[in-house]
Design a protein around this ligand. Structure first.
Ligand SMILES: C[S@@+](CC[C@H](N)C(=O)[O-])C[C@H]1O[C@@H](n2cnc3c(N)ncnc32)[C@H](O)[C@@H]1O
Length: 228
């Protein structure tokens, strides 16, 4: 493994899309150093924010940040950590974060597994994974974020009774997630009726990826698990 790959962890997706221009390029230079957290800071996550947060919430792969911004605005007492290694998503988020003026968001731009390994036991109230890369080819399934090693990581850092949410528009990934989580054993799926996985989460603002998936005729599934 090269040193750079080691530093980024086992992230398999794209890091860079279209070249950045204007406000997004400026945001990466000017704002990323302000909001980015280092791996060492992960060991004391409550110190990441100006005020001691009532609770901490993680969003893995926030894309353009639509949900993370809305969630953080709604819960100003909480501290939010957003993870997104895709530079174009991070740049979009930074532009919108500055406009929103929220002090309760910090960002991490590498593989979420690296950060999860640094966070203290039981420190999270919840973690969100919305529309993880589906990796449809069988030979790539092992790249899917929902898998035993990442569930171990999440089970260690989410407090007992805490929440883990996974949304997907890919039926195979939904079935895969339910099977992996069940086999893992540390989380309980909370659904009681079909409405529970067909209805968006409360206060759901939608995400950019979700809007695209729905335009393509796909149907979202919203899973909620509790740490047992
Ligand atoms: C299909 S996109 C969905 C983005 C966003 N959640 C949405 O709904 O618009 C999946 C995102 O997960 C990110 N991602 C993939 N693997 C990741 C990892 N190991 N750690 C953190 N983010 C990751 C990708 O960079 C990508 O932006």
């Amino acid at each position: 493994m090269t040193e750079d790959k080691e530093r980024r962890g086992a992230f398999y997706g794209r890091r860079i899309g279209k070249s950045l221009r204007g406000a997004q390029q400026d945001a990466m230079v000017r704002l990323l150093p302000r909001y980015r957290l280092s791996l060492d800071e992960g060991a004391t996550p409550t110190a990441l924010f100006p005020h001691t947060p009532e609770g901490l919430w993680l969003e893995i792969g926030f894309g353009g940040g639509e949900h993370l911004l809305s969630h953080a605005a709604r819960r100003p007492g909480f501290g939010f950590i957003g993870v997104e290694p895709f530079i174009n998503g991070m740049a979009r988020m930074l532009v919108d974060l500055e406009k929103a003026g929220l002090a309760n968001i910090r960002l991490f731009d590498m593989d979420a597994a690296l950060l999860l390994d640094r966070l203290p036991d039981g420190c999270l109230e919840g973690a969100d994974l919305f529309y993880p890369d589906p990796w449809p080819k069988r030979r790539h399934w092992k790249r899917r974020f929902v898998r035993a090693d990442n569930l171990d990581r999440l089970a260690r850092v989410i407090r007992r009774g805490g929440t883990f949410r996974v949304a997907s528009d890919v039926p195979h990934y939904v079935g895969w997630t339910l099977a992996e989580v069940r086999a893992h054993g540390a989380f309980r799926w909370t659904a009681e009726t079909a409405d529970d996985w067909r209805t968006p989460y409360p206060h759901w603002p939608g995400t950019r990826y979700e809007a695209w998936a729905m335009d393509c005729g796909r149907t979202p599934t919203y899973l909620t698990f509790k740490r047992t």
